[in-house]
Design a protein around this ligand. Structure first.
Ligand code: 2NE
Length: 275
């Protein structure tokens, strides 16, 4: 695959090729921990991928290995900029803007695949969790650390984790703050596959290419259906938005819309009341 750079950012890399976008957190010296700017940049790139009709799959990964030879997907929020009320950017404003990013990843009608090499820790662990699929390298390390360093994620990070691995395991993960290997993560259904680290990107591209041979609308509806089961009214909104999208594409909706514009009565009898 020949990746083409899309836009220059300070904290991330953003590439596209063959219907696939790749977003790489590029702070290996900090184990790819995110500061507010990193998150704003990721949000911008994800929003671009969402708008681009040629893109069906987004790969989210971390740059590495670092000069010490270690890999990281993401070590969560950058603790060196954690202030009184959140992570503080150059503008001095405390934020938890990663929550907006989590929602975008979940709601965008494209498939997002996390490619995890090394540490997926804290808010970095939640980032892989909210992706549709996760492929881990054999050196993947999965961990929530909040209760041992003064934080927690009571949103997707806990309740969605429990949907994935079950209540008992999710409570263990958060209460004990242990590290789990890629093999353990596979065992508990936290990741979809484990491959040698050298093959991680190639495996992600292979999965993406397979997905891209399938029906975009079917996958769009499936993603919102999976979300609707978990996300309450906002999940139903997403699913229903797809029904509206599909309805707009019918002759029936077009007839009613045209009739209104042409100030005439719509010909309702042309359309069946299907059983
Ligand atoms: C990830 C882990 C276990 C790796 O350990 P190790 O021994 O391989 O690396 P080391 O030496 O700890 O880290 C290498 C460099 O990366 C920085 C370190 O400070 C160190 O820098 P230098 O000393 O070489 O200058 N680094 C690593 N993680 C960082 C981070 N999160 N922020 C800033 N710098 C970081 C080990 O590094 C570790 O445990 N990291 C901390 C994990 C952590 O506490 N993450 C935040 C959890 S809370 C969160 O993410 C969150 C939330 O709870 C709710 C909402 C949003 C976010």
């Amino acid at each position: 695959i020949t990746w083409k750079p899309v836009k220059n950012y300070a904290d991330i890399l953003y590439h596209k090729a063959d219907g696939i976008a790749k977003i790489t957190i590029n702070r290996p010296e900090k184990r790819n921990a995110f500061r507010p700017q990193t998150v704003f940049e990721m949000y911008d790139a994800f929003a671009d991928a969402r708008e681009d009709q040629s893109i069906g799959v987004v790969l989210l990964t971390g740059a590495g290995p670092h000069t010490d030879g270690k890999y990281a997907f993401c070590a969560g929020g950058d603790q060196s900029v954690r202030g009184h009320a959140g992570y503080v950017g150059d503008d001095g404003v405390p934020r938890l803007n990663v929550l907006d990013l989590q929602k975008l990843i979940r709601s965008m009608p494209k498939v997002v695949i996390a490619l995890v090499a090394g540490y997926a820790v804290g808010g970095g662990h939640v980032l892989h969790l909210v992706c549709d699929l996760t492929i881990s390298a054999d050196n993947g390390v999965f961990s929530q650390v909040g209760p041992k360093m003064g934080s927690f994620d009571g949103g997707f990070g806990s309740s969605y984790l429990a949907r994935i691995v079950g209540q008992k395991k999710a409570r263990e993960i958060w209460y004990l703050c242990r590290q789990y290997t890629a093999a353990q993560a596979l065992d508990m259904g936290l990741v979809n596959a484990v491959v040698p680290v050298a093959q991680l990107e190639a495996e992600g591209v292979k999965w993406a290419r397979e997905i891209l041979t399938h029906s975009p609308l079917a996958i769009r509806c499936l993603k919102s259906a999976f979300n609707a089961d978990v996300d309450g009214q906002s999940g139903i909104q997403e699913l229903a938005g797809n029904a509206t999208l599909l309805y707009y594409m019918t002759d029936e909706a077009k007839e009613f819309h045209s009739a209104q514009r042409e100030k005439r009565k719509p010909d309702a009898r042309k359309f069946p009341w299907l059983p």
